[in-house]
Design a binder for this molecule. Structure first.
Ligand code: NAI
Ligand code: MG
Length: 357
């Protein structure tokens, strides 16, 4: 029986709504399997700026370091999105958290539940069986390089930087994962144009012989964007840089049916952080319609990766599957065939998952 301490950091917008449901699933799992999970909460993002002036208060960071895992929501608020000159921003809290905790590997499983074949805008015969695991590098690239303005503010720049060491450690994680799956690794870069991408490709080529059982291919990011939609089943594990991974996985959410279905695990040197890939979605905040399944599936990743509780993680995924099989949907994954009474809000679909558990 495990005893673990979980920090819940809902953040902004629908982060609050979906994380509450993810936490309930963890509570249910603890009760069902006889574990003791204790919880604390902390602020990040806009809500933290409002309360303390700081998007990542020291207290939050300290609590993260002291926890066995973090269940995370999202950060962001339209106030900053519409004010490009804002000096203090919610996303600074997110980036600082990733850097401070050394969360260099962001795992994003893109798995289509068969029941959602009709929910995507991609044809079912293209999609059926698609199952991709993205490794997005999370603490380097243009997000963390020097940035600024010159020429009296008329010119802006962002510097992208990668070291050999940074590429190698994420690449090794991706190779190891490929070994446990279909043994295919696609490395995505833009090595025809970008120098960090040339280093990226060089590092992958250099370590590939250590994993002779893994078939490696290199693709350019623009071609990958096309191939993901044309033939998603050709991919097994994909490893890529921070910016490319950010963009490609939003695209790949359409393979899984919705942004509201995609979970992620950020791991590395310190406490693992588990969060949906979506943002704070202010267009639907407060309406009770956000899909909490991404947060629930993030809780499953937390159980599996940080706690090594495989059966518990499977139970969560199975419960989500059962709820979808029973025909329940949130608005974002409903289609023309879904009867109105099966379209549930955030809490109601969460309650169905708890029932199956
Ligand atoms: P978003 O991911 O919040 O929303 C994109 C679209 O997907 C919206 O139409 C939204 O309604 C829908 N959507 C997202 N999650 C959903 C869910 N669980 N259920 C149903 N529909 C869902 O991205 P957007 O609109 O570009 O950004 C909103 C804010 O979030 C911005 O301030 C942005 O900076 C921030 N953001 C934060 C992230 C994070 O905390 N990791 C990641 C991406 C964006
Ligand atoms: Mg993103």
């Amino acid at each position: 029986m495990a005893t673990k301490h979980i920090l819940v950091v809902p953040g902004d917008g629908i982060g609050q709504e979906v994380t509450a449901v993810g936490k309930k699933v963890l509570e249910k799992i603890a009760a069902k399997f006889g574990h003791t999970f204790t919880y604390d909460e902390a602020l990040i993002g806009h809500v933290a700026i409002e309360a303390t002036g700081n998007p990542l208060p020291d207290e939050t960071l300290e609590k993260m370091r002291q926890s066995d895992a973090v269940l995370f929501g999202a950060v962001g608020h339209p106030k900053y999105d519409n004010d490009p000159t804002a000096k203090v921003r919610p996303e600074q809290g997110l980036l600082k958290m990733r850097k401070e905790l050394g969360l260099y590997a962001n795992l994003r499983p893109i798995k289509l539940f068969d029941e959602l074949l009709g929910a995507s805008s991609i044809k079912p015969e293209i999609l059926k069986g698609a199952d991709i695991l993205f490794f997005r590098e999370l603490t380097g690239d243009i997000y963390f390089g020097e940035k600024g303005r010159k020429n009296d503010g008329d010119t802006a720049y962002d510097i992208a930087e990668y070291s050999r060491y940074e590429v190698e450690r994420i690449a090794r994680k991706a190779f190891e994962a490929a070994r446990t799956r279909r043994k295919k690794l696609c490395s995505v870069d833009k090595a025809n144009v970008i120098e960090t991408s040339r280093l990226w490709r060089e590092v992958i080529q250099k370590i590939a012989p250590e994993y002779p059982d893994v078939e490696v291919e290199h693709q350019f990011v623009d071609a990958t964007a096309m191939l993901l939609i044309k033939d998603p089943r050709r991919f097994d594990v994909v490893v890529t840089a921070n910016l490319f991974g950010d963009i490609l996985t939003d695209e790949a959410s359409q393979i899984a049916g919705s942004m509201g279905m995609l979970a992620s695990a950020s791991v590395g040197d310190g406490t693992g952080v588990y969060e949906p890939i979506h943002g704070s979605a202010h267009d639907i905040t407060g309406k009770g319609v956000a899909n909490p399944l991404a947060s629930i599936l993030s809780a499953a990743l937390l159980l599996d990766i940080s706690f090594g509780l495989k059966a518990e993680a499977e139970a969560v995924i199975n419960a989500v599957d059962q709820v979808l099989k029973a025909g329940f949907r949130t608005r974002d994954i409903a289609d023309a065939q879904t009867p109105a009474e099966k379209v549930l809000g955030t809490e109601a679909i969460g309650a169905e998952v708890l029932k199956f558990l």
